[in-house]
Design a protein around this ligand. Structure first.
Ligand code: ADP
Ligand code: TRP
Length: 330
């Protein structure tokens, strides 16, 4: 009997990962992977990629790239099960079973759904509506109770809790109510001065693979003109975002120095941006080095995925069988 609690998280295969994904999600995964109380499962959410318009060949490539990003960032196949969602057919099976306890109205009212409808009004598909139900299946199929994801994913984790409660009530299953595992970087702001860093907003993000020059060029463009300086730093806008990034990635000493500079009206944004860019690069450089290794050893990546898929499927099969029995399907 496995007494460890479980962790499950995933990232869609929509492109290269950015600093927001790293600080908001991957840092949490890394922390939990070193906690001996947990068994960790991390997947690439390739099926969720189908919920917005995508390119077939890009997806084929990216569903592997995300695994390479995980490995490069420090997820370790000796400690974590790394796998591809679409290779485990039980996720879809459980999602269908779960869809019978979730109403359409509830799904239509989720802020994440409404946002996607606005972004892609021509692509409001059944798969998009069902996104949170599949995500609940991803989590609950492993009976995971901890989910390291950024703040924007909270409504989805809430849906998973609701489905767990419903299933337990209606069918006597024993699903835990999963909680989001929060990181300090649960909301990494955009470089554009407004909103969150997101791969769907051009100019808002720093890629994990960006070199120092690219990072400097991107940070240099970040807006700082707020009209006033002196006193407390602003709560929102370009300047606030730069301070948030510096706090997340720089040393306390440097952060405090710039807070004082701002207060005393002697802040030089060019200097702050330079230091911030260097600090970001220092964090990303080891990840980029490791990436080179995995890029040139595809057979190792392939073995890691095959092994991870096998382990994930074995756990998932048990849960689905149990649920089918309780629902009168076995
Ligand atoms: P994007 O919004 O760029 O498309 P995803 O939706 O693929 O990113 O998010 C993958 C993971 O990264 C999720 O756990 C999400 O919460 C986290 N994440 C994405 N953007 C940020 C951000 N700006 N700050 C913190 N976490 C984020
Ligand atoms: N919705 C998540 C995102 O936007 C990806 C995801 C799919 C996920 N299934 C999950 C995250 C299960 C955590 C747990 O990135």
């Amino acid at each position: 009997m496995n007494m460890k609690k479980r962790v499950l998280s995933g990232i869609r295969a929509t492109g290269r990962l950015h600093l927001g994904n790293y600080l908001g999600a991957i840092k949490g995964m890394l922390e939990l992977q070193d906690n001996p109380d947990y068994e960790n499962l991390y997947m690439v959410a390739d099926l969720h990629t189908l919920t917005t318009p995508y390119d077939v060949e890009e997806l084929r490539k990216n569903r592997r790239e995300v695994i390479i990003d995980y490995l490069s960032a420090g997820l370790d196949p000796e400690k974590s099960i790394l796998f591809q969602q679409a290779d485990n057919p039980y996720h879809l099976e459980l999602a269908y079973l779960f869809s019978s306890v979730m109403t359409v109205a509830k799904m239509q009212h989720l802020p994440t759904f409404k946002e996607k409808v606005k972004q892609h009004p021509e692509n409001v598909t059944m798969a998009l509506l069902n996104y949170p139900v599949l995500m609940a299946a991803d989590i609950l199929i492993y009976k995971a109770d901890s989910v390291p994801v950024g703040l924007d994913q909270e409504p989805h984790v809430e849906v998973a809790r609701e489905i767990a409660r419903r299933m337990n009530q209606d069918y006597g299953t024993n699903f835990p109510e999963p909680k989001r595992f929060k990181t300090e970087g649960q909301y990494v702001p955009s470089l554009l001065g407004e909103g969150k860093m997101s791969k769907s907003v051009e100019g808002s993000f720093i890629n994990l693979v960006d070199d120092l020059e690219t990072i400097k060029a991107k940070i240099a463009k970040a807006p700082t003109d707020t009209g006033s300086i002196g006193g407390e730093i602003p709560k929102e806008g370009g300047v606030a975002n730069l301070f948030t990034l510096l706090k997340l990635i720089g040393s306390d000493e440097v952060y405090n120095k710039f807070i004082l500079d701002y207060r005393d009206k002697k802040i030089r944004y060019s200097e702050m941006k330079e230091i911030l860019s260097d600090a970001i690069y220092k964090e990303l450089q080891p990840i980029q080095e490791k990436r080179k290794y995995f890029e040139t050893h595809p057979e190792i990546v392939g073995e890691i995925i095959a092994e991870g898929n096998k382990k994930a499927i074995a756990i998932a099969r048990e849960t689905v069988e149990e649920v089918k029995k309780k629902m009168g399907l076995l």
